[in-house]
Design a protein around this ligand. Structure first.
Ligand SMILES: Cc1cc2nc3c(=O)[nH]c(=O)nc-3n(C[C@H](O)[C@H](O)[C@H](O)COP(=O)(O)OP(=O)(O)OC[C@H]3O[C@@H](n4cnc5c(N)ncnc54)[C@H](O)[C@@H]3O)c2cc1C
Length: 423
């Protein structure tokens, strides 16, 4: 049983919550805690927020949650509202189109918001800079974490050498190679895809090259599947790089150009403004909490980007956990019950929604058996053609279903009595 006596008013000089990692998930966690008046120390290895292009899709449930820290209007001011997306086939063209406005009676955001991850990171950073209770320590790499019973401590290497920071709880939001997770000895089981994923950005409007294209498109093909999507800065085309092709070869300008010309010919060639190559994994941490230390975001689960749910679900983790920590620290709620509920719900969502759907999405695009491909396409067409099935599909892929089903940060409930258990 965790003892949190004496930690009920963090603003009056109690130990802070320590957030390891100032990626989008860690900074969301810090912003929610700061909004509740709690003291936070954010420890980040890099000297600046990461100018990262990885994620570009934000779903309805995430936009709803980010209202809590007033980020949603800024995201809309710079993002693209995309209500329709397509499944296509490189040979057959359009397979099925899904229309997110079917969710208009359930959410104020019946669309995908296309915005590069780096923009969200910048908005969150600006917000944290203005928060009096947040101590941002960039250029400080955490090397280990320990739960000492009454407190949680991280050891770190900062600009002035080794240091120790003590807090009431530690949030490990330090990405897929998480030092926090490793320091706790928590297994991260799953698999790594043999192929890498290469994502290339061009200012060329791909709709002029492929008529009828939507702004988000998943394109199946037995030899080389694709996804093609629009962000405010660029169009992005992603394809798999075979395991036996060295990354240096796959990213040579002539090779990238040849690939893009294979997607859709463009006389004179495509200007390329960015490219990144990634190893892609499907992995979930065996535990999401150990004593006073909890894991969120890519530190807790990592998945294929097909479907755009990795960061979204990490933000859901961050809000779930921080609402619980707020109840523990300001209302004296039962810390073990709250943290166990965090682990039970968020790990289940990671396995049953995020992992299951991204694996299925990726398999559908890369399927080589012609009969299975035909069946997949028929299924997608049938779902898209039936408004009830399409709506159920869209609730699931936009993560609304998991949020409505498990709640975010809702108090632990006694299974027999349904009483809310806050002490
Ligand atoms: C090609 C691609 C496309 C994607 N598209 C989408 C999408 O459209 N939608 C979506 O939801 N998701 C998408 N994702 C996934 C998304 O990018 C990640 O889920 C997201 O970045 C996770 O955020 P995070 O804050 O948990 O981790 P990270 O962004 O990895 O941040 C972790 C932070 O911790 C810091 N750190 C690491 N170690 C230490 C340490 N020891 N001490 C201190 N700091 C440390 C790092 O420097 C970093 O700043 C995509 C991923 C890829 C690869």
């Amino acid at each position: 049983m965790l003892n949190v006596t004496g930690m009920t008013s963090a603003v009056t000089g109690r130990p802070p919550v320590i957030v390891v990692g100032a990626g989008p998930v860690g900074m969301t966690a810090a912003a929610v805690l700061a909004r509740e008046g709690l003291r936070v120390v954010v420890v980040e290895a890099t000297t600046e927020p990461m100018p990262d292009w990885r994620a570009s899709t934000f779903h309805a449930a995430t936009l709803e949650l980010l209202e809590r820290i007033d980020i949603t209007p800024r995201m809309h001011a710079e993002g693209l509202v995309v209500p329709r997306y397509q499944f296509r086939d490189r040979t057959d063209g359009l397979v099925a189109e899904f229309d997110l406005t079917l969710l208009a009676d359930e959410t104020s955001y019946p669309y995908r918001l296309q915005l590069n991850q780096q923009r969200l990171v910048r908005f969150l950073y600006d917000r944290l800079l203005a928060e009096p209770h947040v101590d941002l320590r960039f250029g400080t790499r955490v090397t280990g974490v320990s739960d000492t019973g009454g407190a949680a401590t991280v050891s770190a290497e900062g600009p002035d050498g080794p240091e120790t920071i003590t807090g009431c709880f530690v949030i490990g939001a330090d990405g897929p190679a998480s030092t926090v997770r490793r320091s706790l000895g928590v297994p991260f089981d799953g698999h790594t895809y043999p192929e890498r994923f290469l994502i290339v950005s061009t200012p060329v409007d791909m709709r002029t090259r492929l008529p009828g294209l939507a702004e988000v498109n998943y394109v199946s093909d037995p030899r080389q599947w694709l996804f093609i999507l629009h962000t405010p800065e660029a169009w992005r085309v992603l394809w798999p790089v075979p395991a036996d092709q060295p990354p240096e070869e796959a990213t040579r300008p002539e090779v990238i150009q040849r690939q893009l010309q294979g997607v859709a010919p463009l006389p004179g060639g495509y200007p390329v403004i960015d490219h990144q190559i990634y190893n892609v994994h499907q992995r979930v941490a065996e535990r999401f909490r150990t004593g006073r230390v909890a894991l969120i975001g890519d530190a807790a689960h990592i998945n294929s980007p097909v479907g755009g749910v990795g960061l979204n679900s990490g933000i859901h983790d961050a809000v779930d956990l921080t609402l619980r920590l707020t109840r523990i620290l300001t209302e004296g709620a039962d810390a073990d019950a709250e943290l166990d509920a965090f682990e039970a719900r968020r790990r289940r969502v990671a396995l049953e929604y995020v992992q299951a759907d991204t694996q299925r999405n990726t398999d559908r695009l890369r399927e080589t058996d012609p009969a299975v491909r035909r069946r997949n396409h028929d299924d997608l067409r049938a779902i898209a053609a039936d408004p009830d099935r399409a709506r159920a599909w869209l609730r699931r892929v936009s993560l609304l279903e998991s949020v409505r089903r498990f709640g975010i940060g809702t108090p632990p409930i006694e299974p027999d009595t349904h009483e809310v258990r806050i002490r």
